[in-house]
Design a protein around this ligand. Structure first.
Ligand code: C2O
Ligand code: CU
Ligand code: CU
Length: 565
């Protein structure tokens, strides 16, 4: 009897995939944030270690908790053997702080961007952005969420206790070889994971719960839904709260896109539901559908054996248990003031056409261009005057969907093929999916930051396409282009930009101790002893370039950018 019971039990273990508790990334907050990029190992499959890359750990990275208006100093210590960059996807920061492909962090060096958080409450993310290697570094594990909070969001009765009723969900698919090592460029990404946990389950309380969804995959789109068509409510798009919560049963997120949703589990204590991707409902022409090209004769090498393509699959099991003490019990309707920019304010319409390098049935396996050119690190594609309001018209003349992303700004989608977008796309966005043969128009304003030297990027967020050159870059320029200054009434740095000489002035209340000139890769080029200096230090003969000045005094460090032209 006993052995029969064991036989049945072990059969059940083999028949069902083991569910693993969902990992919840740790958090970091405050005005100094330390991130170390490192190698590690992670067990995606029970009992097997795979080689990974991570931030402050083996895989993925901590969630950064930032408040709108705060000043933050981030120290990115690259302990990898490879050069990389870290980009704050969706955040409005100066080009030199943006972590694009020009702002490289050499192995063994520290990059120290610092900025005021200007963004609205929403879910952003960070990931590497080295040209040609973004997919490798992201696929191997480097990515993390950034949660920005602000007063507008705080005034709403929303779940916001991280890991209790507010959960980060980084959803990815990857492919592995026989030794269970990650294969970087693959169309056979058949392993689904959330927060790097395969076959995950999560205990959620029987109340209103918030999920922050990120599609962190290299190529795959997810058509999110809950089993039994349980409704959920989208409350935020990429860059902020929507004006009203929207009830829905499906939500398509392309790579790079985020959404915040609420689910009311109030009447479901003791039940189990699944967050799924209903990929069988995806139209052909989306990576993840039965066929990735709009015609079924067109496919990608290795794509069609992949069992995830065109079929519905589980992403996360949700086990509903007892509610918490301070439960949110209803979904608020009105959320935030969303004020799209009026079309009449635009001073220019730029057309960007996406096309395959080669036409024909095999075109999906080739590379894709924007306006018939591939990305070139040395070519600036657009120069945009500071404060310009612009319409960008994206025309997809290829057979596969491309999620288009632009740095520096959030935008408002004006139309898809001439028609206003669905309500959940009427908020702030920084990624927009453009279907085959579709034309999408958006409006945005290039404000706050200009820099004559460091460009921002725009690109397809299919990382394979981005790495192969489906990307461009723009400078935001101003006749009085001055890099961002951390200006304090009692500490002045001028002139900036400078011709090679800079003066650092301090009030008696902030006695100076030392001034370091740090280059873009984090190396200290010069260290000037300023102890005993009464009011100012003059530094001459600084070579042309972009630097960080670290000004130590009165027991604290202040940072300012310095441009020498
Ligand atoms: Cu999420 Cu330019 O990238
Ligand atoms: Cu970005
Ligand atoms: Cu693309």
């Amino acid at each position: 009897m006993k052995s029969l019971f064991f036989t049945i039990l072990s059969f059940a273990f083999f028949a069902l995939p083991a569910q693993n508790p969902l990992a919840i990334p740790s958090t970091l907050s405050g005005d100094s944030i330390y991130l170390t990029l490192q190698y590690g190992t992670h067990s995606f499959f029970n009992g097997v270690n795979s080689s990974t890359m991570g931030v402050n750990g083996n895989i993925l990275g901590p969630t950064l908790m930032l408040n709108r208006g705060q000043f933050v100093n981030i120290f990115v210590d690259n302990q990898l053997d490879d050069t990389t960059t870290i980009h704050w996807h969706g955040m409005h920061v100066a080009p030199e702080n943006d972590g694009g492909p020009h702002t490289t962090i050499a192995p063994g060096s520290i990059w120290n961007p610092s900025f005021t958080v200007l963004d609205k409450a929403a879910t952003y993310w960070y990931h590497p952005h080295l040209h040609k290697k973004t997919n490798e570094h992201v696929s191997k594990g480097i990515a993390g969420l950034i949660i920005v909070k602000d007063d507008e969001e705080a005034a709403l009765d929303l779940p916001r206790t991280y890991g209790v009723d507010d959960f980060p969900l980084v959803v990815q698919t990857k492919d592995f070889d026989e030794k269970k090592e990650i294969i970087v460029h693959s169309n056979n990404d058949d392993i689904v994971m959330v927060n790097a946990t395969v076959n995950p389950y999560l205990d959620v309380p029987a109340q209103v719960v918030r999920f922050r969804l990120l599609n962190g995959s290299s190529q795959r789109s997810f058509n999110f839904g809950l089993s039994n068509d349980l409704p959920f409510y989208q409350i935020a798009s990429d860059g902020g709260l929507l004006s009203n919560s929207l009830q829905m049963t499906r939500l398509l997120l392309a790579p790079g896109e985020r959404a915040e949703i609420l689910v009311d589990f109030g009447q479901m204590n003791g039940q189990t539901v699944f967050l799924k991707s209903y990929a069988s409902e995806l139209p052909n022409g989306v990576y993840g559908a039965a066929y990735p090209g709009m015609m079924s004769g067109m496919t990608l090498n290795g794509y069609n054996p992949n069992p995830l393509n065109g079929s519905d699959f589980d992403i996360l099991q949700l086990r509903i248990g007892a509610p918490t003490a301070a439960a949110v019990v209803s979904v608020p309707t009105g959320l935030a003031e969303v004020t799209p920019i009026d079309e009449s304010e635009a001073v220019i319409t730029r057309q960007l056409t996406f096309s395959p390098e080669q036409m024909g049935p095999n075109q999906l396996n080739g590379d894709f261009m924007i306006n018939n050119v591939f990305f070139d690190m040395d070519v600036i594609n657009y120069e945009i005057p500071l404060d310009n309001t612009e319409i960008w018209e994206l025309r997809n003349q290829s057979a596969i969907s491309h999620p288009f992303h632009i740095h520096d700004v959030q935008f408002y989608i004006l139309s898809r093929n001439g028609v206003a977008p669905p309500l959940n796309e009427q908020g702030r966005k920084d990624v927009v999916m453009v279907a085959p043969q579709e034309t999408v128009r958006f409006i945005t304003r290039f404000e706050t930051f200009s820099n004559p030297d460091v460009p921002y990027m725009y690109h397809c967020h299919l990382l394979t396409h981005e790495d192969k050159g489906m990307m461009g870059q723009f400078l935001v320029t101003s006749p009085l282009s001055v890099p961002s200054l951390n200006e304090d009434g009692n500490l002045r740095v001028y002139p900036n930009p400078s011709g090679g000489t800079v003066i650092i002035e301090a009030d008696a209340s902030v006695p100076l101790e030392r001034i370091d000139i740090i280059d873009q890769s984090g190396r200290v080029l010069r260290s000037i002893d300023a102890s005993g200096v009464r009011d100012h230090v003059r530094i001459d003969g600084i070579a042309r370039g972009f630097y960080m000045l670290r000004i130590l005094g009165n027991g604290q460090a202040r940072y300012t950018k310095l441009l020498v032209h």
